[in-house]
Design a protein around this ligand. Structure first.
Ligand code: PLP
Length: 395
């Protein structure tokens, strides 16, 4: 983490974390500029092109003059399309006033936590987990309460542990399924148990479902928002980045109680004003147009998943679960002379494989690496070969 220590910075800046993926990517790019060949397994973005029908819709929207400010909560046409999509996909009744569109799904995390939490509030979140959760929880002055995810439970949240950690100060539970960084997926039974636990408690939920379309058929996606009594106290987060290979377009959304959605939209008015209008028009095409590109991407991810999991498990000292969703693996390293953090550094500097240390996602991941398999099979095989050679020297 980059420590923000300049004396003129506000105190809260000292509590702000970051995403190591971006700094490792910068270091990997710097090495490439020196002529090194690096396999990128650090960054979490699909390597496919955005489907052509979506690109065409954005071009059309530019020609049609969607080049001005729009409402902070999003264009009515897109909010309507999202409401219909989420209603059908999650089996809940969503109206457009519950939808707020943001530049990427990330602002839903930032604005959502900011809208709900402050000093004195406890926020429960997965560890290992997407580092932005803990960062924003600390930034707003709330108290982070990590919920350990263990490989023995396929990195699924343990509802008994959640029950034990709830206190009268618990304000928000952040959930993420399929999960970054482990690829763990909560089963419908897990979701039911969490729903039952929270049904009559005054705890809000932020359900990060940004990887819900990237699943490999072993477990069905279930949303806590569909559990009895939970929809009105859930902010459901989803987006376009991962599903449609649109990371650079910056567009995501939240679905929440209309007053919470309005609060998030007002934070947006104070910050970015709105999401780019022509990009929102492309979002309508993404949701309502043909979906075969998504199916094809997921099929390719599945083949890559099997390649990387089998390849990692064939390396002495490495053990890796087969994730049911997302495009990450979180292998554990045992019996090496260096820590996972040192190994990640060494893999980049000496073996030309950019990977992240599990510790970038919380203390529970200290003996692990996070590898993204959003890269070609040829590159994944090259990375596996390089890792096998590099790790053999560290036993
Ligand atoms: N949530 C999780 C778990 C993620 O991994 C990411 C991106 O890596 C996001 C949210 C944010 O995605 P977006 O690109 O839509 O802002």
């Amino acid at each position: 983490m980059t420590l923000l220590t300049h004396p003129h910075l506000a105190t809260a800046m000292g509590r702000l974390g970051t995403e190591t993926a971006f700094s490792v990517l910068a270091r990997a790019k710097a090495l490439e500029r020196q002529g090194r060949d690096i396999v990128h397994l650090e960054i979490g973005e699909p390597d496919f092109a955005t489907p052509a029908n979506i690109v065409a819709a954005a071009k059309r929207a530019l020609d049609d003059g969607y080049t001005h400010y729009g409402p902070s909560a999003g264009l009515p046409e897109l909010r309507e399309a999202i409401a219909q999509h989420i209603s059908a996909a999650r089996g809940i009744a969503v109206t457009p006033d519950m939808v707020v569109v943001t530049p990427g799904a990330k602002p839903i995390l930032f604005f959502g936590i900011m809208a709900l939490c402050g000093p004195g509030d406890e926020v429960l979140y997965p560890d290992p987990g997407f580092p932005i959760y803990e960062s924003v929880i600390r930034f707003v002055g709330a108290t982070p309460v990590p919920l350990p995810l263990r490989p023995e439970r396929q990195f699924r949240l343990d509802v008994n542990q959640l029950r034990d950690k709830l206190t009268p100060r618990s304000k928000l539970l952040v959930m993420n399924s399929p999960q970054n960084p482990t690829g763990g997926v909560l089963t419908p039974a897990d979701i039911r148990a969490i729903g039952e636990l929270l049904a009559d408690r005054d705890v809000y939920v932020l359900s990060d479902e940004v990887y819900c379309r990237i699943m490999y058929g072993e477990v069905a996606h279930a949303s806590v928002a569909a559990e009895p009594g939970l929809q009105e106290k859930t902010i459901l987060l989803d987006g376009f980045s991962k599903t449609y290979a649109m990371t650079g377009w910056r567009m995501g959304y939240g679905v929440a109680h209309p007053e919470i959605a309005a609060a998030i939209a007002q934070l947006q008015t104070n910050c970015t004003s709105c999401t780019a209008s022509f990009i929102q028009m492309a979002g309508i095409e993404a949701l309502n147009g043909p979906q075969h590109a998504v199916t094809e991407m997921v099929a390719e991810f599945k083949a890559r998943r099997d390649l990387i999991v089998d390849g990692l498990n064939a390396i002495p000292g490495v053990s890796c679960l087969r994730p049911a969703g997302a495009f990450y693996v979180f292998p554990q390293l045992r019996g090496f002379r260096k820590s996972a953090k040192e190994i990640a550094q060494l893999l980049l500097d000496e073996a030309g494989v950019a990977a992240l240390s599990g510790s970038a996602f919380g203390s529970v991941g200290e003996d692990s690496l996070r590898l993204s398999f959003a890269n070609s099979r040829a590159n994944i095989q090259k990375a596996l070969d390089r890792m096998r050679t590099a790790l053999a020297k560290l036993r």
